[in-house]
Design a protein around this ligand. Structure first.
Ligand code: GLN
Length: 236
């Protein structure tokens, strides 16, 4: 049986485990560094990234989480999990917050506003729909959601979203002077970079299991590739 680790410090880990169960996969709660050795892939759920970071620090999880990502193990971050995986976070209250990193992007925390500006909307993700079937759109549950403002060349954009008219992207578009006044009309809300999947919204809070299924396929492909590479090394 496939075992998928779910970081279970805080936030919507139970909801992820429930979706995995529906897909016939066991989600294993991860709270200590050594527990990561029992799983080959990991979901970092949504929640509150400062609190999650404090708990991860308390449990000395950051070195093992960084190692897990660097080893090329499949990791999916939703919402606060996306923030954890970003190389750089901007926006309010980001000062001093530790990140796992690995995802070459700048994420803006609480980009769409505070709790009362949380919303649901259809998100177009053709690449995921082409693999999983069904409609091209997905129900996006955005709860104090972050958004990716800049992404590196290796990052594949799976979904973007129009910037609401009351929100400005210009103060956040990197430290470079000449970019200060560039307004973006869209922000990125779902990406993949090699072994990392990240979504600004919460698929685990919907009845649609396609993002989980997409992640499981991605994890399987990565496992098969590393097995065949291992096999090649053995045969040489
Ligand atoms: N805004 C939250 C944070 O910065 C993330 C919200 C979420 O995970 N739903 O941690």
């Amino acid at each position: 049986m496939t075992l998928v680790g779910v970081l279970a410090l805080q936030g919507s880990f139970n909801e992820h485990i429930a979706v995995l169960r529906r897909l016939g996969v066991k989600g294993v709660e991860i709270r200590k560094p050594e527990q990561l050795q029992n799983v080959t892939s990991l979901i970092i759920p949504g929640g509150e990234s400062t609190t999650m970071a404090k708990l991860a620090e308390y449990h000395n999880l950051f070195p093992s989480l960084r190692e897990f990502v660097k080893m090329g193990r499949p990791v999916w971050g939703t919402c606060a999990g996306l923030i954890f995986l970003a190389d750089k976070a901007t926006g309010q209250k980001t000062g001093g917050q530790q990140l796992v990193g690995g995802l070459d992007c700048t994420v803006h925390r609480n980009f769409f506003g505070s709790q009362i500006q949380s919303f649901e909307a259809e998100v177009l993700a053709p690449e995921v729909a082409s693999k999983e079937g069904g409609p091209e759109t997905f129900r996006g549950v955005f709860i104090r959601a972050p958004a990716i403002l800049e992404a590196g060349p290796e990052v594949q954009v799976l979904a973007d979203y129009p910037v609401p008219s009351n929100i400005s992207t210009s103060p956040y578009s990197s430290g470079e002077e000449q970019k200060e006044n560039v307004e973006q009309s869209k922000v990125i809300v779902a990406v993949r970079q090699r072994n990392i999947l990240a979504t600004a919204f919460h698929p685990e809070l919907t009845a649609d299991t396609r993002w989980h299924s997409y992640f499981l396929k991605m994890a399987k492909e990565i496992a098969e590739t590393s097995n065949s590479q291992l096999q090649l090394q053995v045969n040489i």
